[in-house]
Design a protein around this ligand. Structure first.
Ligand code: SF4
Ligand code: F3S
Ligand code: FES
Length: 248
């Protein structure tokens, strides 16, 4: 069964743009990305869109669909009624390059700022040993497909451009938390989480968790436990005394 849907797609570049109207065929079982591809094939050959796997695994096709940050390839047209207008706009937090494609390099910068895993001195690859329970604790975070939907949604950067410099965003605070939980990582992460990656900007609104297509419990399992460990460190009298002595 096919029908004609009304689509509004944001067309433009870094300078200016507007929503363009389209009437487009929809067939049973299709997703929003299929419709964007049909528009490219029939009415708008120059429409820019980033995608790769069409299976919810590469994290490329992130956009805002009727205002909700989503993967275009995982949003079924059956979510909408046949009368509903479907509006597709680029991620709002990142600068537009053209049409639905944004410049997500903010995220690559933040990724580089997280120091790499550092095993204890003298331990070579192949000699690492850890408990299964420690492996499982961070397994959830490794499901991240780097779609940046959480980064786009968190109000700490979405509504405050000037916070971008000081706040790594949920995806990279989750990475810091994962490394801090790693029993073989020998770097000090807690101070950096607060001072370098802006953990304090997160006020636990959980919007990041709500949009994560991998259903990672970013807030409950990574950010809140990380906040608790940072606070423990700050208020532990022995740690406080140790840091005072070390500074002398
Ligand atoms: Fe996307 Fe989830 Fe990874 Fe954030 S944590 S980048 S929403 S997969
Ligand atoms: Fe932002 Fe997620 Fe914290 S949306 S405020 S990082 S809980
Ligand atoms: Fe890969 Fe959508 S095209 S996640």
């Amino acid at each position: 069964m096919s029908y004609k849907a009304k689509f509004k797609v944001w067309r433009g570049d870094a300078g200016k743009g507007e929503l363009a109207d389209y009437d487009v065929e929809v067939n049973e079982g299709e997703v929003v990305l299929d419709i964007i591809h049909r528009l490219q094939a029939t009415q708008a050959p120059d429409m820019a869109v980033r995608w790769n796997c069409k299976a919810g695994k590469c994290g490329s096709c992130s956009a805002e669909i009727n205002g909700r940050p989503s993967l275009m390839c995982m949003t079924r047209m059956s979510t909408f009624t046949e009368e509903e207008t479907v509006t597709v706009t680029p991620l709002r937090t990142f600068p537009v390059i053209r049409d639905l494609v944004t410049d997500v390099s903010f995220n690559y910068t933040k990724a580089r700022e997280v120091m790499a895993f550092e095993p204890p001195e003298g331990l070579k690859p192949g000699e690492y040993r850890m408990q299964q329970v420690d492996v499982e604790r961070s397994q959830e975070f490794r499901k991240c497909i780097e779609c940046f939907l959480c980064q786009n949604t968190c109000h700490a950067v979405r509504d405050h451009e000037d916070n971008k410099e000081h706040f790594a965003g949920p995806r990279y605070l989750m990475r810091v938390a994962e490394l801090d939980m790693h029993p073989l990582d020998s770097r000090e992460r807690r101070n950096d989480a607060q001072e370098e990656h802006g953990l304090g900007f997160c006020n636990i609104t959980k919007c990041c968790t709500e949009v994560c297509p991998e259903h990672i419990k970013i807030t409950d399992n990574a950010l809140i436990p990380m906040k608790e460990r940072v606070v423990d460190r700050k208020y532990d009298p022995l740690v406080w005394l140790g840091s005072k002595i070390a500074r002398r």
